[in-house]
Design a protein around this ligand. Structure first.
Ligand code: 4AD
Ligand code: MG
Length: 429
């Protein structure tokens, strides 16, 4: 008999199928029992009837426990009212009768659930989040493929910092020191001279001591880098990418968004143009909204929250003060205290999901920046080389996948957006 996934049951109405699944819930009344089945692809109710199964099987049925794995044969029927399919069980066998499952139906604290993350992943909420995450990953690859970008895998073991030197994980590398990559950007800058438009996508590491709802110590970053690219072109591609990603979720993950009780109206705004303001304008707006931020200061997480609640779609904040941004960003020729950069802030209070900029493409100016930032010149000599041999205006950006998942799913905290979260106080399981 054909082995079938729950998601495909619609094609098998009135037919018999073979299903392998877990029992996510069960109840019985009289001579009928109901199993809520989960097979990874979806959820379906199985109906077991004592008269159909016979006495021996019916006795065995009573041994079922939460998370028990089963194989069964059943006839498929459609729910009279809903778009759901039911399984009229003809026969079943247990693969393993599960021990008492630690995650009960009652409310558990989030620490308990995170300690049991290896099991919590099975819950319908977590299942839905991982599937949205998967769509966002696939959409990223699809977008870049369609737009002539080449994937370049940047290294994870690196000899120098890319972002702040205070947030580096250091490790012994034989007789030397190495650092876990904070972003592949610098390596992608080398690759644009061979391939023009490139991206990477992989885990990066930040020894952030922050205990916020937006910070992980290990997260997945996508960096993109483009030769012959202006800030405007850079923002344009970011806007298209984010629109493409969110549209893919709206198209493919409606059932998941329903499980997550996500209001999709704000996501549907994604088709409208994104808003753009300068950092100076953002500061003015924030002051008017009661923030004590001053000109020249970075936006705090609270500032981003207040600010993005004023807009119904992602917001680019451009031209940040030079002193609060990374060494590689190119100053604005019209206002050298500001850099040609943008952060993309997600709406509904979510805040920064993308950081990007024009890169300093002049050898002498870049060298001076490296010195100002007291970075080890030797370690950056290869990076400086890129400004010697056919330097071009170029720029790029990087997103944190977990921040995007949190926003799209409407989650409070990034810890649920990655299978196994690493934070300042969590390395388990
Ligand atoms: O703004 P960031 O630090 O920019 C860079 O690393 C650039 N080199 C990227 C580039 O231009 N290629 O980080 C990029 C994004 C942020 O916008 C945020 O979404 C995410 O990475 N991010 C974090 N996500 C989770 N936990 C953290 N600790 C994060 N730090 C940054
Ligand atoms: Mg940033």
């Amino acid at each position: 008999m054909e082995k079938v996934l729950i998601k495909d049951l619609a094609k098998f109405v009135d037919k018999e199928v073979r299903i392998q699944a877990w029992v996510a819930n069960f109840r019985s009344s009289g001579k009928i029992a109901f199993w809520q089945l989960r097979d990874g692809s979806g959820f379906a109710q199985a109906i077991l009837n004592a008269d159909v199964l016979g006495e021996t099987k019916w006795q065995e049925m009573a041994k079922v426990s939460l998370e028990t794995s089963v194989e069964l044969t059943a006839a498929v029927s459609k729910h009279p009212k809903k778009e759901e399919y039911e399984l009229q069980v003809k026969d079943f066998s247990f693969i393993q009768i599960a021990e008492e499952y630690p995650i009960a139906k009652k409310e558990h604290g989030v620490d308990f659930l995170m300690d049991n993350r290896h099991l919590w992943l099975r819950s319908s909420h977590q299942w839905a989040i991982m599937r949205v995450r998967n769509t966002l990953i696939s959409a990223t690859y699809d977008f870049f493929r369609e737009n002539n970008f080449i994937k370049i895998d940047s290294p994870i073991l690196t000899p120098n910092a890319c972002e702040g030197t205070t947030e580096l994980f250091e490790l012994n590398y034989f007789d030397d020191k190495a650092y876990l990559s904070q972003s592949g950007q610098l390596y992608l800058e080398a690759a644009i001279f061979a391939h023009r438009n490139v991206f990477d996508f992989g885990p990066v590491f930040r020894a952030e001591k922050s205990k916020t709802r937006r910070h992980l110590t290990e997260f997945w970053m996508m960096d993109a880098e483009m030769a012959f690219c202006s800030l405007e072109e850079n923002l344009d591609i970011q806007e298209k990418l984010v629109r493409f990603m969110v549209s893919a979720v709206l198209e493919k993950n409606k059932p998941e968004l329903t499980i997550l009780e996500r209001d999709i109206k704000p996501l549907e705004n994604i088709l409208k143009p994104f808003h753009k303001i300068t950092h100076d304008e953002a500061v003015k707006q924030l002051q008017a909204l009661g923030s004590d931020i001053k000109v020249g200061e970075d936006l705090g997480a609270d500032d981003e929250t207040i600010l993005t609640k004023q807009y119904d779609n992602p917001l680019f904040v451009t031209h940040y003060p030079k002193d609060i941004k990374a060494f590689y960003m190119k100053p604005d020729p019209k206002n050298p205290d500001r850099v040609l950069c943008a952060d993309l802030l997600a709406p509904e209070g979510y805040g920064e999901i993308i950081g990007g900029s024009q890169r300093e493409d002049d050898y002498d100016k870049l060298l001076q920046r490296i010195k100002e930032h007291k970075l080890p010149e030797e370690a950056f000599s290869w990076y400086l080389d890129l400004r010697k041999y056919g330097s071009v205006p170029h720029g790029g950006f990087g997103f944190g996948l977990e921040r995007i998942v949190a926003w799209v799913c409407g989650l409070q905290h990034v810890r649920e957006t990655i299978p196994f979260a690493r934070t300042i106080n969590r390395l388990n399981p």
